[in-house]
Write a protein that binds this ligand. Structure first.
Ligand SMILES: NC(=O)c1ccc[n+]([C@@H]2O[C@H](COP(=O)([O-])OP(=O)(O)OC[C@H]3O[C@@H](n4cnc5c(N)ncnc54)[C@H](OP(=O)(O)O)[C@@H]3O)[C@@H](O)[C@H]2O)c1
Length: 256
């Protein structure tokens, strides 16, 4: 397996670390009161675009691909919006070495995979539906009845666009206490609007696009509650891989 090197720029600067070792102790938190923790993982270009030709692929290099998996190791569940499933044939399944790291810690080998849809079509032919050893939850809006894809639990929300708090409550009932949200920008905006946005893992790919592609977080419909009083973030760490940066911010309301 290919290994990647990173420099930790802050805190405790250290050069030429193995990426896996640098993130071996990674754990989200502290946890908010009353609901699962939400960490958001996104990659953008230097000019802040989260899409390249309508997809996320190509915005960053292979070290970031490995880091995506390293973040997933630490979460109970990994979620994406339906727009991302329509755009990308992605999956949330961990490679064997990282699944083994979870089982060694007494946790399920795979995080629960979650897709959050509203009332639009869900492409059930995607690879996301293909891993028999991974629990899957498909959240849909309360529109016309949707069939339950094989091996996937269907959660039907009482609203057309499932509310983040409602989703997190249902996941908590299933023993899920941390959710890694991997976009897209519309879903990120819904979680920010609901004040369910505790941490951000942001990769800045060393590329400029100059396009009108979506940013990391879409504008919140009806206006942002943070427009006048921005949500303050705390910088937790910065790593560098070649010309790319991996940043971690904390936004959560911290449990005293
Ligand atoms: N750069 C990155 O790191 C990254 C990461 C992920 C995705 N992406 C890119 O982002 C694009 C997709 O993003 P997107 O913003 O169009 O789609 P998205 O956020 O993945 O999904 C949006 C959909 O989520 C559903 N939804 C469920 N609950 C909702 C709520 N409360 N509020 C709003 N929507 C809700 C709606 O589905 P219905 O349509 O069914 O109503 C909505 O259309 C793709 O190009 C993908 O490649 C980039």
């Amino acid at each position: 397996m290919q290994s990647f090197r990173v420099d930790r720029l802050w805190p405790d600067p250290a050069a030429d670390l193995d990426l896996d070792e640098a993130f071996a102790e990674f754990a989200p938190g502290p946890f908010p009161d009353g609901r699962p923790l939400v960490g958001v993982n996104m990659v953008t270009s230097i000019d802040g675009r989260a899409q390249l030709g309508g997809r996320a692929e190509g915005l960053s290099g292979r070290a970031d691909r490995r880091l995506l998996h390293l973040y997933r190791v630490a979460f109970d569940a990994v979620a994406s919006g339906a727009g991302t499933l329509r755009a990308d044939d992605f999956y949330s399944h961990l490679p064997a070495d990282l699944a083994a790291r979870r089982t060694a810690a007494g946790r399920p080998a795979q995080p629960t995979a979650v897709v959050i849809a509203g009332v639009g079509p869900v492409p059930t032919d995607r690879r996301w539906f293909s891993h028999a050893d991974q629990p899957r939850v498909l959240v849909v809006g309360g529109g016309p009845a949707t069939g339950e894809p094989p091996g996937t639990e269907l959660l039907v929300a009482p609203t057309d666009q499932p509310e983040p708090i409602w989703i997190l409550e249902r996941l908590a009932e299933r023993g899920i206490h941390s959710l890694l949200l991997e976009g897209g920008p519309t879903t990120n905006a819904a979680f920010l609007a609901a004040d369910c946005f505790d941490e951000l893992y942001w990769t800045i790919g060393a590329r400029l696009l100059g396009t009108d592609a979506m940013p990391m977080i879409a504008p919140i419909p009806g206006g942002s509650p943070w427009g006048e009083h921005p949500r303050e973030g705390q910088l937790v760490s910065i790593h560098r891989s070649g010309d790319e940066l991996f940043l971690r911010y904390r936004f959560g309301r911290i449990r005293p």
